[in-house]
Design a protein around this ligand. Sequence first.
Ligand code: NAD
Length: 420
Amino acid sequence: MTDKSEFESELYRTALFQLDHVAKRIGLDADLHERLRYPRRALVVSIPIRKDDGSTEVFLGFRVHHNSVLGPTKGGLRYAPDVTLGEITALAMFMSWKCALMGLPYGGAKGGVRCSPRRLSRKELENLTRRYTAEIMLLIGPDLDIPAPDLGTDEQIMAWMMDTYSMTQGRTVPGVVTGKPLIVGGSAGRREATGRGIVYVLYQAARVLGQELRGRKVVVQGFGNVGAVAARLLWREGSLVVGVGDVQGGIYNPHGLDIRQLEAHVAEAGTVAGFPGAEPVTNRELLELPCDVLLPAAVGGQIREDNADRVKASIVIEGANGPTTPEADAMLRDRGITVIPDVLANAGGVVVSYFEWVQGLQYYFWRESEITARLQEVMTRAFNRVWALAAKEGCDLRTAALMEGVRRVAEGYRIRGLYP
Ligand code: NAD
């Protein structure tokens, strides 16, 4: 295949750059390397929905399976106005390496709908979700592909997806999505899992770097499912969360923000902007604030060639997927900044999604304490494996994490062989 234009996007360019870099290092078979640069399958759908005013509006949706060599595919569903096929394909590829790295029996997938969820009413969101689910029905199922929440989607959207799928099957099928509300087969601890996993990984990083998290200054970009949970846990453990931003702007207080009060403000105002006792900053300024730890937990491509030299943190931990461009990544590395890559740092979400899926298949649910203990064990082991490999190979953590992820996928292909 030579024409890559269908997948043209900055994030896909990042994904290919990472794969090509690692392929060389692990001596990946050239034919398999070529296969892994493309998704196994990609579906583009149009989604007509009835609006509240009686009119019809058509949205564009995607579901991409990158590969399924290690098991059914798994990946989030994103509602955002700038979603493209290339971006979703890149995110599906990241999921492949992430699941393989964490030792989960999944391939990588991702879905997206090009829309602004905050501009839709609840009824319109439900119509959109149900019709999207119906359109991608062929590609999803508990042993085929299992969506989960991502940017702009939540537990309610997962419940509508599960209900729509179940209605077509004539029975309740909890295992078709994860990140559901508890009452319909969700897992304790799933909502907090990604943020909590980030904190477990950060603890390990601080430990091996001989640092303490208590009293350290943290800046968080994105105050949603990932960023808000991580900020709250770090704040509770005694870190100073000095800066926080969301799509509408950022805030800064060098003495630390009270995260519980900030959550109350966000619940009312819908944004961190305007929080009393903090000075306003732009999202650009936020990333350049003086701090020890920077947690980008919003969207991709935020740390770039034109701002990487002004990042002050000594640790960048990637809560978002693909927040650092390849050029910026090299600049941070050259400046001695430790970057903990997305495929490792934010894997807590898919780990607890896996727990939820297993619980749903067995109709046997675990206590939250069991879930957090198992999550901590999985995240800690993964961090230590990646840290040891980076030390052995003399490479950065991203390269080490991707080497392990890609190698496991490649091993799956080798052992299964090529059909027919
Ligand atoms: P979310 O929708 O709950 O929250 C997103 C936050 O980012 C919001 O505060 C929003 O205002 C802010 N934001 C959006 N666009 C922005 C922009 N252009 N500039 C600054 N801020 C912006 O989403 P989430 O689930 O917290 O996901 C955040 C990131 O983490 C995404 O990149 C997602 O792929 C990644 N991620 C999420 C999970 C999960 O379990 N939810 C797991 C792994 C990775």
